[in-house]
Design a protein around this ligand. Sequence first.
Ligand code: WT7
Length: 574
Amino acid sequence: MSQLQGEIISAGAPSSNLGNYEEAVANFNWEDVEKQFSWYETGRVNLAYEAVDRHVAAGKGGQVALRFSDASRDETYTFAELQALSNQFANVLRSRGISKGDRVFVFMPRSPELYVSVLGIIKVGAVVGPLFEAFMETAVKDRLEDSGAVALVTTEALLPRVKRDELPLLKYVFLVGENIEPADGIIDYYKEMELAPAEAEIEWVNREDGLILHYTSGSTGKPKGVYHVHNAMLQHYYTGKVVLDLKEGDVFWCTADPGWVTGTSYGIFAPWLNGATNVVRGGRFSPGDWYETIQQNKVTVWYSAPTAFRMLMGAGEDIVKGYDLSSLRHVLSVGEPLNPEVVRWGCKVYGHRIHDTWWMTETGAQLICNYPSMPLKPGSMGKPLPGIQAAIIDDNGKVLPPGRMGNLAIRTPWPSMMRLIWNNAPKFEEYFRIPGWYISGDTAYMDEDGYFWFQGRIDDVINSSGERIGPFEVESKLVEHPAVAEAGVIGKPDPTRGEIIKAFISLREGYTPSEQLKAEIARFVKEGLSAHAAPREIEFKEKLPKTRSGKIMRRVLKAWELNLPAGDLSTIED
Ligand code: WT7
């Protein structure tokens, strides 16, 4: 067990929304959360209404909903403006016959149009499919194809990565740009928006109807479409209240891109369900720009990731002094283990505890967290959300006592739990193989005080800068390169990024290893799949370790890399 466990940083804000943790757990009831919503009586819902229109109806239409800035734009939108714009986009979609249950994807950099599109898609009852802007041809095609998407919102710059001739179901592309040539199936986004009325009927759906489809990686096979329903809003709302601790007048900044689940659940839904002002900053990471964003917008609640905090720590204390960060009240982190060192640095330099939170694409919302009113143990993910039962169980479903490492599991169900893996029932069932439990794929232990401590993953999923990468998808791309005979991909520990992608490659006859070839292969993945999936390190090997059935043994590659014993080799080829 960790020696760090003894270190405790006392509670930051006893008067936060959650109040006393033990009392909140004892008194918790999801029905009390449901009663916050108008649909408690009718059962007919729409998350976009609850996130935007409801605030307008309550007389808060003039409040700022979105503060957007990037290198070329700096714009503010009120809830009333967002309501009108999302109504317009809903009308644009309706005029093309897009309706309940259709999958409509958004593939563009962070921009007001992206947020308006997501809300408009939800308003007509369609299912949003977010795609990260760095995705290249293959990644885009796989996701659109698997989901059977009928429409896509994208930009002129990204359009060349959409292979429309290979996607027969994709009927419409709404194109955001200045000089759009009308063409078959290509629709000028701005022009249509201008003509569309600002009033729209909301499509009232059932709580269990589809909301969003997030593709995420596993260790085998293509990315999985994780399907969430409108009912998830209960947990988006509640965690926004007690974990983000959002209050009237808060200015919230989640640094994640909506291409990933953090950027939708907490970059869109949780803050707006709670009526907060949502800050969105486009463009890339830079310490100065980030501190400037906090200063300029007077950010009060800030949600980011360990890799960003480590980079900010690397940029040093002096740069922090150049900005006024006194608006900050609450700081949180998600995506990978948050180093105790970073928590200590945050206390010293920002004067704030950084609150780690644990959850996954599949869980839809936060499940294990540190709360402002609770003592914090640096290095621990915290305690289960009220209403959530988490445990460490062995492979037979036996609950293990404190201190024992095992599978991190959650009692089923909870409001934001995924409802399907698109087109892949067997994958879905794997998570629920032990009756009554969701098996996360993470290992952890719980200490005597009920705090959970992350240990690792049981599968080969790579976590690089908080982005989840499936080794199989990278390997599949690598072997498309003419020089590559076979490839095995692992996560290699890295002080800043958590892990980096390392590829072991055996070359085809006639190719000789060289630095130039390494660079070319890395570029091939970057241009075909995405930048974050490209290997930062490549090592050529004569032969790769394989099982007799031909499966590359990533476990052995990892052992080579880390100079560890390779473990059981009874299934190896030779
Ligand atoms: C995996 C999920 C939804 C959050 C963003 C990532 C790792 C997530 C933590 C944490 C240690 C963490 C886990 C998890 N992870 N949060 N606080 N401490 N590890 O979502 O892409 O679905 O990845 O990220 O391994 O299973 P994701």
